[in-house]
Design a protein around this ligand. Structure first.
Ligand code: PEP
Length: 248
């Protein structure tokens, strides 16, 4: 399986930020990455990004509606993302769960909407700090996977991102042993639920991945790539993470 390094710009980026994608495209053309690369800019930049990037790497959305279309002011459908140039959409990010009250059932409905439109889904799971302190981290991820990953998920149409909420944007990361234990746990849950094919499903790690910790994290067993927030905003940082992936 090829690793995937995915960037999430969150609510950052204006037209001038497309210069970072131009630089990324040039750098990847000069030195082909061993991993797949995906960038998820805000909705407003997606179509322009598609023109800029021209298939040099993949583009994705950061969320989508569970509905296919209609009277849902302010929402963006998966088909709109696809039309604008996305191949993938992030679903169930902890910031959506925290600030928009999204629950696992909403996540599952969004994933199904993504598949209907021909998009792949990256489904985010992860525990809060108090849940980890209470020894509940594995149980929380189990229930998020059971309720948030619909039947029909395959290694081709879905990836999982393990993102401990307390590690996002904080500079804190779990120990290598904790990441390995959680990714192994997620793999077992996926195989139990979806069958042996789920051994090929990517499990990304997300939470304060930077160029200086990427090599350690990205080469751990069962870590099949990264979902990167802050360090995806600058081409040089993101390239440093991409370069840390060793060939499979
Ligand atoms: C994220 O938003 O998914 C994320 C992992 O953010 P950061 O890399 O900034 O912690």
């Amino acid at each position: 399986m090829r690793s995937l390094v995915a960037g999430n710009w969150k609510m950052n980026g204006l037209a001038a930020s497309l210069a970072e994608l131009t630089s990324l495209k040039a750098a990847l053309a000069a030195k082909a990455p061993v991993c797949e690369v995906l960038m998820c800019p805000p909705f407003t930049l997606l179509a322009q990004a598609a023109w800029t990037v021209k298939d040099a790497f993949a583009l994705g959305g950061q969320d989508c509606s569970p509905k296919d279309g209609g009277a849902f002011t302010g929402d963006i459908s998966a088909a709109m993302l696809k039309d604008a140039g996305a191949s993938t959409v992030i679903v169930g990010h902890s910031e959506r769960r925290q600030y928009h009250g999204e629950r696992d059932g909403d996540v599952a409905a969004k994933v199904q909407a993504a598949w209907r439109a021909g998009l792949n889904a990256i489904i985010c799971v992860g525990e809060t700090e108090s849940q980890r302190d209470a020894g509940e981290a594995h149980g929380i991820c189990t229930s998020q996977l059971e309720a948030g990953v619909p039947a029909g998920a395959t290694a081709e149409n879905t990836a999982i991102a393990y993102e401990p909420v307390w590690a996002i944007g904080t500079g804190k990361t779990p120990t290598a042993a904790d990441i390995v234990a959680m990714h192994g746990h997620i793999r077992s849950c996926l195989v139990r639920r979806l069958g042996e094919g789920a051994r090929q499903m990517r499990i990304l790690y997300g939470g304060s991945v930077k160029p200086d910790n990427a090599a350690e994290i990205l080469n751990l067993p069962e870590v099949n790539g990264a979902l990167v927030g802050g360090a995806s905003l600058k081409c040089a940082d993101f390239l440093g993470i991409i370069a840390a992936v060793k060939p499979a």
